[in-house]
Design a binder for this molecule. Structure first.
Ligand code: ARG
Length: 268
């Protein structure tokens, strides 16, 4: 009887191990043991899903292609979800709704080219950073604005609630603009710039390049106004998920997968 119990419990343990390994999407023998263990440990808002909040008007990080959210962050979200044995599901919303969505449990995480900053850190945790970025200035080709100093006394457009908004709204940063116009997204601000309603747009560097590429008559100035790091926002209450995400990011960094995603969208 004792022997029988022992065999049963061994069998049971074996089954549980197999079950756990089965959760990791890419769980081939011996590989990804860490991920399989992580997926067994994480709890998410909806079982089996990794719901990520974003604002998909921020090419090349996230933007719409038909009905689909594509871009660097979309690929990172899919890759992390796969490593955790979860199905990625995106929720597209206003940028300034993302942190509240994470804290209220509407979404598991925010991936939105989101800069780690002091204010946000009061409400959410951030993963390890995955990209370096900074703010840039977009003006019309014939503009007399040639540098950040020339923003003084000008009407500047930004995406509401972004670090670009913070930068131009705070005179401590060395700029004293006439007024800040806040838009739902960068492309809307660029439309307004083209229409002559504002003098410049301040937005993250790579999205600035895309906006200029997608329009006629706009240029991006060389100057970088800030130095920022993007990371994934996670609820302060779900530290297991934070650890699992950092584990997945680390794997992606080490395997070159992260760099491959960045190369696909940047520098071209
Ligand atoms: N990096 C900036 C910030 O964190 C802008 C991010 C905007 N992202 C977006 N998906 N619209 O404030």
């Amino acid at each position: 009887m004792k022997k029988f119990t022992k065999i049963m419990s061994l069998l049971l343990a074996g089954t549980m191990l197999l079950g756990a390994a089965g959760c990791g999407n890419a769980a081939t023998e011996g590989e990804n043991e860490g991920s399989a263990a992580d997926s067994a440990a994480v709890t998410t808002v909806q079982e089996g899903k990794l719901i990520w909040g974003t604002n998909a008007a921020f090419e090349p990080y996230e933007y719409m292609e038909g009905d689909t959210v594509v871009g660097i962050d979309a690929e990172i979200a899919d890759a992390i979800a796969a490593k955790l044995g979860l199905e990625a599901q995106v929720e597209n919303m206003d940028f300034d709704a993302i942190v509240p969505a994470v804290t209220s449990g509407k979404v598991d995480i925010g991936i939105a080219g989101m800069t780690v900053d002091e204010k946000r850190l009061k409400n959410v945790n951030f993963s390890d950073t995955y990209v370096e970025a900074g703010q840039a200035i977009i003006v019309k080709e014939d503009s007399d604005i040639k540098s950040s100093a020339d923003l003084n006394g000008k009407i500047v457009g930004v995406q509401r609630g972004t670090t670009g908004d913070e930068y131009v709204s705070d005179e401590a940063n060395g700029v004293s603009v006439a007024s800040v116009e806040r838009y739902a997204n960068g492309p809307d601000a660029a439309q307004s710039l083209l229409a002559g309603k504002i003098d410049a747009v301040v937005i993250d560097n790579e999205p600035a390049k895309k906006i200029v590429d997608n329009a006629t008559g706009l240029v991006k100035l060389e100057e970088n106004l800030t130095s920022e790091q993007y990371a994934i926002a996670v609820s302060k209450e779900n530290t297991e998920l934070l650890d699992a995400i950092n584990g997945a990011l680390k794997e992606m960094q080490e395997s070159g997968e992260l760099q491959a995603i960045l190369d696909k969208y940047l520098n071209k």
